[in-house]
Design a protein around this ligand. Structure first.
Ligand code: FE2
Ligand code: FE2
Length: 448
């Protein structure tokens, strides 16, 4: 399989993040450098002798005039580095060695002061022994506006900063936890607020963005997706915006205690032994204790971190000898947490369809609050907003909202029965629960 440019950009962003979080020789940093050099030869030869040319315009990562959405969400370290270097991107030679990529990560991780000019930035790279990474000049105004016009989809570009703020908040919080630094509650609230504002209009695009996977940082991606599902569910259940903001902030930080779980246990692909499981199961209490120490944390984030693995029937962890009450909002995050974990792609497992995830959840229904299950079902149904589906008429459509019936959502028809895309202004929105003459959903297109 060929290498995708998005994969390469994501690996670069990951390497820099790990270098900031750990240290230069850490196995995760070494692995990212090795992955990057291993992926380079798999590129089609379009970029010529230069292996990979990655443009940076503001907070966007670009390849060949196309905006790379997923990497732009996770790549703030890379775009900030480009800004400090006064450049408009990077070009990576196919002959790059892992050691040079590591030097690039290290320089990106420790550079905090802007260079005076592009020439000075080039000198900085040379002095750091990075001879096979070139710096591109910044985009001029005409090029930048052409890039804006060629945006992936109207509206999507505006959502990237929202996702990026959430991603950065979670990553920073987990890093602070790991290094015993204080948590910042205001950042989580600001990120939550922008999610709530964005979710008031553009749910389909928000949910579609969630399909951009970020395998490595999946604890971060997981928390972002849980926050998004919680807000979607809370909104559908009629919660007001200020309460949704608190819920989003709490969901973003629900797993912050995992920052203290050793990486080799957290990312272990196989089954955990008893002692490893015991360590993982400390994360709710550890996270709650950290949030208790955090200024302005408020009740909900503490309660959510502590109680999101407690079952409705009294089981789960942390163990409580005499049972214990867990609030409805925490139980809402609990069911969203499980639904996300089941439907997300992980390095060691394929994603389940929402139908399979529901089956698993309902088989163990005493674990969840009935109210929370109903609210999540009403919000996502069998075909969550943003999913692409094939209709019984042969048309392809994107789900815009859950419908009155669990398997009959509202959809926007995007492709005709021959597979041709329908122009945006002629795309019909159908309520599939609206009478017998409507088509039904035939299947879900997974991984779109
Ligand atoms: Fe957890
Ligand atoms: Fe979680």
């Amino acid at each position: 399989m060929g290498t995708s440019y998005a994969d390469l950009a994501t690996v670069l962003a990951r390497g820099i993040s790990h270098c900031r979080m750990y240290f230069d020789g850490h196995p995760n940093v070494v692995a990212a450098a090795r992955d990057f050099t291993a992926l380079l030869p798999g590129l089609p030869a379009r970029d010529g002798p230069v292996g990979f040319r990655l443009g940076v315009a503001g907070d966007k990562l670009i390849h060949d005039g196309r905006f790379l959405v997923g990497p732009s969400i996770v790549g703030s370290r890379l775009t900030r580095f480009a800004a400090l270097l006064c450049c408009g991107g990077f070009e990576f030679d196919t002959r790059l060695e892992p050691a040079e990529v590591r030097a690039f990560f290290a320089l990106a991780a420790r550079t905090t002061e802007p260079c005076a000019s592009l020439a000075e930035a080039r000198r900085l790279l040379r002095e750091a022994g990075i001879g096979r990474v070139g710096l591109l000049p910044v985009y001029n105004e005409a090029e930048a506006s052409a890039l804006d016009a060629a945006d992936v989809a109207p509206g999507l570009g505006e959502l990237v900063p929202v996702f990026r703020a959430m991603f950065d908040t979670v990553e920073q919080a987990h890093q602070n936890a790991q290094l015993d630094r204080a948590l910042e509650m205001s950042e989580a609230r600001t990120a939550g607020e922008s999610l709530v504002r964005a979710a008031a209009g553009n749910i389909t695009d928000i949910m579609a963005l969630v399909h951009y996977p970020d395998f490595d940082s999946y604890t971060v991606g997981h928390s972002v997706r849980v926050a998004m599902l919680s807000v979607l569910t809370g909104r559908r259940a009629g919660m007001p915006d200020n309460a949704l903001t608190e819920l989003a902030a709490a969901a973003l930080l629900h797993d912050v205690g995992k920052g203290k779980v050793p990486q080799e246990i957290l990312f272990k692909p196989g089954k955990l032994d008893q002692e490893e499981r015991r360590i993982v199961e400390t994360h709710p209490a550890v996270g709650a204790a950290m949030l208790l120490e955090t200024r302005d944390a408020g009740m909900l984030p503490v309660a959510t971190a502590w109680g999101h693995h407690r079952r409705h029937d009294g089981g789960g962890y942390p163990k409580m000898p005499h049972g214990g009450w867990v609030s409805e909002l925490t139980q809402l995050v609990h069911v969203c947490d499980v639904f996300e974990a089941l439907t997300a792609v992980r390095p060691y497992k394929r994603a389940l369809t929402p139908r399979d995830a529901w089956e698993i959840i309902l088989k163990d229904r005493s674990a969840y609050s009935p109210l929370a299950i109903t609210a999540l079902r009403d919000a996502v149904g069998l075909f969550p907003p943003g999913s692409q589906v094939v209709l019984s008429s042969g048309h392809r459509a994107v789900v815009t909202a859950a419908g009155r019936l669990i398997d009959q959502p509202l959809v926007r028809v995007t492709h005709d029965a021959t597979g041709s895309e329908i122009p945006a202004e002629r795309q019909l929105v159908l309520d599939l629960a609206d009478g017998d003459d409507q088509p039904t959903v035939q299947r879900l297109l997974v991984g779109t």
